[in-house]
Write a protein that binds this ligand. Structure first.
Ligand code: KE4
Length: 429
C-alpha cells in the first residue's frame, strides 16, 4: 500500500469520501488521489515522493505558483502578530483599496471566507436592493454550494428550479431560473416570464466550471442590456476570472460593467477568502450601513489579507500577464499538435492562462456541448499524464491553470507526456 493509499483509507474513516471537497476524491477519473505534502513553484509532491508539474493550482488561486516567497513572507509576518482578531485590521483596508482600484466597478467591497459566501451574499444583496425574488443562473456555471444555487441544469425557463441536491427544499430553488449559457434568446424569454420579479442574473463571464467556455461575441453585452432594461442586477462571478484574465478580470477584458462582482481564489493568495462588491449605492445596503445582513467570524482575516495583498502586488509587476498568456498559448498549441499527431479529436478552449482539453470535435460553447465530450477518454488521458508527472484537474468539467512559476522546460515536458498519453488513448477503444 502506498502512503497516499494509507492516508486515503484513514481519511475515509473520519471524513466523508476522505476529502474536504468532492471533486478531490477522483470519482470523475477513477483511482485514488495522491496526498499532496508540498507545493513549490510550478510543482507539487505527494506523500510517496512523486513530483508533478501542477496545472490544478488549487483550482485557481495559485496564479503565482506554490509558496511564492512574497506570499509566504507576508503570511509569516502576519502570523507573528496573531492569526485573527475579530476586529477591523489594516490588512482589510490595504486589500480593499487594491481591489477597488484594480476593479473600478467595485466602488466598495466586503470580504468573506469563500466564493460560496461571496455569491450567496451577492444574491441576497441583489434581492434586498431590488425588492425582487427571482434569480437567473446559466447552466454549467457554478457559484458555490449555497442552497438557492444548487438547481438542476435545464430546469427550464418557466418551470421552477428543481433542487440539484438532496437537502435543498423545493421552496429554496423555486425562485431560481436557469437558461443555457451563450443563449440570449433564452434570457429574453426568462425576462418575458419573470421580468418584474427578476432580481439578478449571475454568470461566470468566462465559464470555468463546465470546463473553460468563452462567452460568444456579444453575449455579455447582451446580458448587460437585457438586465438593464429589466431593472435586474448583473452579477459577474469572477471568483476564477478575477485577476486570472488580467488585473481587471473579465469585466475589463470584455469592457462590461456589472452591478456586482464576486471574487475569491487569487485575492487570497491561497488562503481562504471571498469578496463581493459593486456600486456604492448598492453596497450601502449591506449591514451595518444598510439592512441586508451578512457576517463572518474570519472575514477579513489578517493572514488572508496579507497573502492577498502580496499576491496582487506581485501580479502588478510589468509583464506578468503577458508571460502567463504566452506560456498558456504555447502549452495549448503543443497539446493540440500532440493530439493531432496521435489522431485524437480534442477541442481546447483557453482564456488567458486557464484552459480545458475536451475530448471530442467540439466546438464547446455551453453545458450541452461540454457534456457531449468523451469523459472516459479524458479520464484515461488524466491518468496517463499523472503517471508521467503532470497533474491536471481530476475532472473534465474543470479548468486547468498555468502559473507564473511554470517554465519552458515544464511546458516541453508536459507536451512530451501528452504525446505519449494521447497515443495510449488512441490505442484504446
Ligand atoms: P468556493 O466556495 O469553493 O471558495 O467558491 C465557489 C465558487 C464560486 N464561483 C466560481 C466561479 C467557482 O469556480 C467556485 C469554486 N470553484 C470550484 C472549482 N471549479 C472549487 C473546487 C471545489 O469545489 O473543490
Amino acid at each position: 500500500m502506498t502512503r497516499s493509499e494509507e492516508l486515503f483509507a484513514r481519511a475515509q474513516r473520519v471524513i466523508p469520501g476522505g476529502v474536504s471537497s468532492p471533486v478531490r476524491a477522483f470519482r470523475a477519473v477513477g483511482g485514488h488521489p495522491p496526498f499532496i505534502v508540498r507545493g513549490e513553484g510550478s510543482r507539487v509532491s505527494d506523500a510517496d515522493g512523486h513530483s508533478y508539474i501542477d496545472y490544478l493550482g488549487s483550482w485557481g488561486p495559485l496564479i503565482l505558483g506554490h509558496a511564492h516567497p512574497d506570499v509566504v513572507e507576508a503570511v509569516r509576518e502576519a502570523a507573528l502578530r496573531g492569526t485573527s482578531y475579530g476586529a477591523p485590521c489594516p490588512g482589510e483596508v490595504e486589500l480593499a483599496e487594491r481591489v477597488v482600484r484594480l476593479m473600478p466597478s467595485m466602488e466598495k467591497v466586503r470580504f468573506v471566507s469563500s466564493g460560496t459566501e461571496a455569491a450567496m451574499s451577492a444574491l441576497r444583496l441583489a434581492r434586498g436592493f431590488t425588492g425582487r425574488n427571482k434569480i437567473l443562473k446559466l447552466e454549467g456555471c457554478y457559484h458555490g454550494h449555497a442552497d438557492s444555487l444548487l438547481v438542476v441544469a435545464g430546469s427550464g425557463v418557466a418551470t421552477l428550479g428543481i433542487p440539484g441536491s438532496p437537502g435543498v427544499p423545493a421552496g429554496t430553488v423555486a425562485d431560481t431560473v436557469t437558461a443555457p449559457y451563450n443563449d440570449l434568446r433564452a434570457v429574453e424569454e426568462v425576462v418575458s416570464v419573470h421580468g418584474r420579479d427578476l432580481a439578478a442574473v449571475i454568470v461566470e463571464p468566462v465559464a470555468g466550471n463546465m470546463g473553460c467556455v468563452l462567452p460568444s461575441p456579444g453575449y455579455l453585452g447582451g446580458l448587460r442590456e437585457i438586465t438593464r432594461r429589466a431593472g435586474a442586477l448583473l452579477i459577474f462571478d469572477e471568483v476564477i476570472t478575477g485577476f486570472r484574465l488580467g488585473l481587471g478580470g473579465a469585466q475589463a477584458q470584455y469592457r462590461i460593467t456589472p452591478d456586482l462582482t464576486c471574487l475569491g481564489k487569487i485575492i487570497g493568495g491561497g488562503l481562504p477568502v471571498g469578496a463581493y462588491g459593486g456600486r456604492g449605492q448598492i453596497m450601502g445596503r449591506v449591514a451595518p450601513e444598510g439592512p441586508v445582513y451578512q457576517a463572518g467570524t474570519l472575514s477579513g482575516n489578517p493572514l488572508a489579507m496579507a497573502a492577498g495583498c502580496a499576491a496582487l502586488d506581485a501580479l502588478q509587476r510589468p509583464g506578468v500577464y503577458e508571460r502567463l498568456g504566452a506560456l498558456a498559448r504555447r502549452l495549448t498549441d503543443g497539446l493540440a499538435a500532440a493530439a493531432k499527431s496521435a489522431g485524437v479529436d480534442v477541442t481546447i478552449n483557453r482564456a488567458a492562462s486557464m484552459f480545458t482539453v475536451f475530448f471530442g470535435r467540439g466546438p464547446v460553447t455551453d453545458y450541452a456541448s461540454a457534456k457531449a465530450s468523451d469523459t472516459a477518454r479524458f479520464a484515461r488521458f488524466f491518468h496517463g499524464m499523472l503517471r508521467r508527472g503532470v497533474y491536471l484537474p481530476p475532472a473534465q468539467f474543470e479548468s486547468a491553470f498555468v502559473s507564473f512559476a511554470h517554465t519552458d522546460p515544464d511546458l516541453e515536458a508536459t507536451v512530451r507526456a501528452a504525446g505519449e498519453a494521447l497515443a495510449e488513448v488512441a490505442a484504446q477503444a
